[in-house]
Design a protein around this ligand. Structure first.
Ligand SMILES: CSC[C@@H](O)[C@@H](O)C(=O)COP(=O)(O)O
Ligand SMILES: [Zn+2]
Length: 208
């Protein structure tokens, strides 16, 4: 069982996040999914197929950390397992956001297969936890896209168990996953990634 008051707070945070991310153009055309932790065993997550700029709290349901619905007949996000695996690996994670921005999508298609995407020298890297200088390297793995979400979830589990300090990843031609202790942290990470993606794309354009 889960705490109803916690659910109400989490569902509202997800609705608000959807409005913000849709308005920025990062969650178009029903794409994206969002979640927030309720307790060690449950998360609130978006129902599959809903328009993320027009969510209501009825579009947010509860699943356990195996992705099974709790007290709901709705179908949770098709990518639920990509969320639950992160909550399993990281006990401190309180929110996960998946977005489909143009910049994340384009950049993910330009990165060589098998190579992680790395950025360094940006002051804005300090938006991520544990980073206190521009003087480090941020590594963002790029996973190949697939419709086999259980298989992709296991690939991300494997990677992040060995690279726990990384705050996000890209799926090629698809989008970004990032997480944080709170929804506010997680939204900051989306914004920081978007800034870095734009800088990198602009650098590629200018240096072409
Ligand atoms: C509208 S295409 C995007 C989907 O295929 C998927 O990648 C996505 O992000 C949203 O799926 P959803 O099942 O609504 O959570
Ligand atoms: Zn998606």
């Amino acid at each position: 069982m889960f705490d109803v008051t916690r659910y109400a707070t989490a569902a509202q945070a997800i609705v608000d996040a959807g409005r913000f991310l849709y308005d920025r153009g990062w969650s178009p055309a029903t794409s994206s999914n969002y979640s927030a932790r309720l307790d060690p065993d449950h998360i609130a997550i978006t129902v599959s197929g809903r328009h993320k700029g027009r969510l209501s709290t009825n579009d947010v349901m509860v699943v356990d950390l195996n992705g099974n619905p709790v007290q709901s007949d709705a179908k949770s996000s098709a990518e639920t397992l990509l969320h639950t695996v992160l909550y399993q690996i990281y006990p401190d994670v309180g929110a996960v956001l998946h977005t489909h921005s143009v910049k994340a999508t384009v950049l993910s298609r330009l990165i060589e297969a098998g190579a992680p995407f790395e950025v360094e020298g940006y002051e804005l890297q300090k938006a991520f936890p544990g980073v206190d200088s521009h003087d480090g390297r941020l590594r963002i793995p790029v996973f190949e896209n697939t419709q086999d979400i259980p298989a992709l979830a296991e690939r991300t589990r494997e990677w992040f168990q060995h690279h726990p300090e990384q705050p996000g990843y890209l799926i090629r031609g698809h989008g970004l996953y990032t997480w944080g202790e709170t929804m506010e942290d997680c939204l900051r990470h989306v914004e920081a990634f978007e800034f870095l993606f734009e800088c990198e794309l602009e650098t590629m354009r200018v240096c072409r």
